[in-house]
Design a protein around this ligand. Sequence first.
Ligand SMILES: NC(=O)c1ccc[n+]([C@@H]2O[C@H](COP(=O)([O-])OP(=O)(O)OC[C@H]3O[C@@H](n4cnc5c(N)ncnc54)[C@H](OP(=O)(O)O)[C@@H]3O)[C@@H](O)[C@H]2O)c1
Length: 401
Amino acid sequence: MSRPPTYTPLPTSELDADEESSLFADEDQLEDHYTTNTTNKSRTLRASSRSKKHLAFVLLSLAVVMTALVRGAQHLVRGFRMRGCHTGLGGSRNQSTKFANGGGLTTHFTLPSGDKIPSVALGVWRAEKNLVGTAVKAALNVGYRHIDGAWIYGNEHEVGNALKANGIARDKVWLTSKLWNTFHAPEDVEPTLDESLARLGVEYLDLYLIHWPVAFYKDGKKYDRELTANPYPTWQKLEEMVEKGKVRNIGVSNFNIPRLKNLTANPLKVKPAVNQVELNFWNPQPELLKWSKENGILLEAYSPLGSAEQVKKTLAVPEIKEIAAAQGMTPAQVIISWHVQRGSVVLPKSVHCDRVKENFQVAALPQDAFDKLEKAATSHAPQRVVNPSKSWGLDFDVFDD
Ligand SMILES: NC(=O)c1ccc[n+]([C@@H]2O[C@H](COP(=O)([O-])OP(=O)(O)OC[C@H]3O[C@@H](n4cnc5c(N)ncnc54)[C@H](OP(=O)(O)O)[C@@H]3O)[C@@H](O)[C@H]2O)c1
């Protein structure tokens, strides 16, 4: 299994600045070294020292120029990939027809509240601050009406700015956020929600989820056993947020069946509408999907392509490639369509305009192709991509029954 992804924001320009300053600091040190030593050296030694200094200076200059060239190239590639972000769905005529109106798949699922949640969303975990806004605008331009975010992703402000810049009416876009582990104490729920609302620049969320079934203490070192074992006090506060009109629907994320049974054994005013979990080719969780359907809880497929760590492997699965070739789709489109066809909302993340567009183009797979993919996904031992139990220092596995 690959390394569990971290929840700290990705390094960005701050790291770049440090790298740059370290280069220049070396140059200063080099200069000091020369000035203190020259008086005690012979002419020959001075000449040799000067040529060494010259060589070092040339090498450092080369390093600076190379760094600038690499950064420039990265910038160009990024710019190239994000170009064309403001066009519509486009593509060839056949493709447009195939994918029109959700390609025969449901475009929305209906929640117990009666609200209709769009079946394909743009996920924004690990979408860097300088790219996420463009990705959100591109998504809205090609037809997405659902953004899946969270307080911990650290980019709600940028997402909010992109929504504002696009000018989309609030009731035309579905916004999800999630309550981070540090804020499960009932008195922390509303202030944290208010922070997400302020950053997004909206007055309500369509969906608010308990991000993980683990309540951290504020020092981040230990977890609160009581509130982890019994999330009902946290849930009651979420119910209050529904009553206040700050959120329209509430749900959970990363809950297994026993944890859901434990929560719903309480006298709930509002039942969890959604459980957002890892679902992909490597971890398809057919039992959880079946149980959730039987119990009226909609699953949302996170890391649907296998996340950054497994996406390449996923897109190279022979069955997926074969279906893609036969259906005139890309492997990513086959997987994303399969998720909707299984009956779950799907949350692919990309910060690349062409992929954002590609991932929104879903179409129903013929039954034999669907069955073939379902069989391939469920015929190997399940393998999770996202499991932070160890990195959080928990003395249990968060997914154990
Ligand atoms: N509730 C939770 O605990 C939880 C946990 C994980 C994720 N999530 C949610 O689920 C969303 C999606 O999950 P994820 O980000 O882990 O993984 P994902 O959507 O399965 O995969 C994202 C990776 O695939 C790449 N990619 C996207 N579309 C592609 C395409 N068409 N062709 C090739 N590569 C493609 C992306 O790269 P580029 O961006 O460079 O294009 C990125 O590296 C998150 O953003 C978040 O909203 C929730």
